[in-house]
Design a protein around this ligand. Structure first.
Ligand code: MG
Length: 264
């Protein structure tokens, strides 16, 4: 099931996305919160194309308490930036305030001259968990969505900690919705800028599996429903400029599109 979070006439709700054609999608409004047992209300509203001025607007599919992102999890990407492939997973945070939704604008910050895109598969956590054994990882996953780990690459090189380089406002587009029934082990992940392909990879190329990543982070901390794990980016990262339209597409999920503007 595809579960979207959206606003309608100023109210926020979750809905199950029905239909296949982008112009004909319908949201069946969910009663309650989708992380627990929920029911579909049967009340349906059309989801117009994402950029239309309709009364329905998609929001970030979850409001995470934290986004835990893993770096250098695809060998070719590690090499393209001149980095070693790490033996163990290594994590950093993107704050809740970095999250934006489909169609929202990425604001180019004034302190960077080199903004990069990074297409990533995002795992959405469904229940509170800590010290999750490998065989229980499936039980704590709610579903999957697309992410773009927007990075101020010049700042990342310059500053030892990545809090500013990867944590600035609007640096974590998520969406367009969460797919709850998906085998994530071998999906095509691609990214285009203004329609031209920049990144293309498969999730099967990850060095550390989703199980590895969730075991690793929950050794250290509690994850909460709605928390998001970013699983690393395939090769092909590169610059974004003001005015660019950047789109992440993951097989079986959909496309997350955002435009880059100058921060006002
Ligand atoms: Mg990344």
């Amino acid at each position: 099931m595809r579960i979207a979070r959206f606003s309608i006439d100023g109210n926020v709700a979750f809905g199950a996305v029905e239909g296949d054609k982008p112009d004909e999608l319908v949201l069946d409004i969910i009663k309650g919160i989708p992380f627990t047992d929920f029911e579909l209300s049967g009340t349906k509203v059309p989801l117009a194309p994402l950029d239309a001025k309709s009364r329905v607007r998609l929001l970030p599919p979850v409001l995470p308490n934290k986004v835990v992102a893993f770096g250098r999890n695809y060998a070719e990407h590690a090499r393209e930036l001149g980095n070693e492939v790490p033996d163990a997973p290594f994590a950093f945070f993107k704050p809740a305030t970095s999250v934006i939704g489909p169609g929202d604008e990425i604001q180019y910050p004034s302190f960077s001259q080199e903004l990069h895109h990074e297409a990533e598969l995002a795992v959405v956590i469904g229940r509170m968990c800590r010290e999750v054994p490998r065989e229980r990882v499936k039980d704590v996953i709610f579903g999957y969505t697309c992410a773009n780990d927007i990075t101020a690459r010049d700042v990342q090189r310059r500053e030892k900690q990545w809090a500013r380089a990867k944590g600035f406002d609007t640096s974590c587009p998520l969406g367009p919705w969460v797919e709850t029934e998906l085998d994530p082990s071998d999906l095509t992940i691609q990214l285009t800028v203004n329609g031209g392909q920049r990144q293309l990879g498969r999730t099967s190329e990850m060095i550390h599996s989703i199980e590895d990543l969730i075991v690793n982070i929950t050794e250290a901390m509690t994850l909460l429903p709605g928390d998001v794990i970013l699983t690393g980016t395939p090769a092909g990262v590169g610059p974004l400029n003001v005015g660019d339209e950047v789109a992440v597409t993951i097989e079986g999920i959909g496309t997350l599109t955002n435009k880059v503007i100058k921060r006002g």
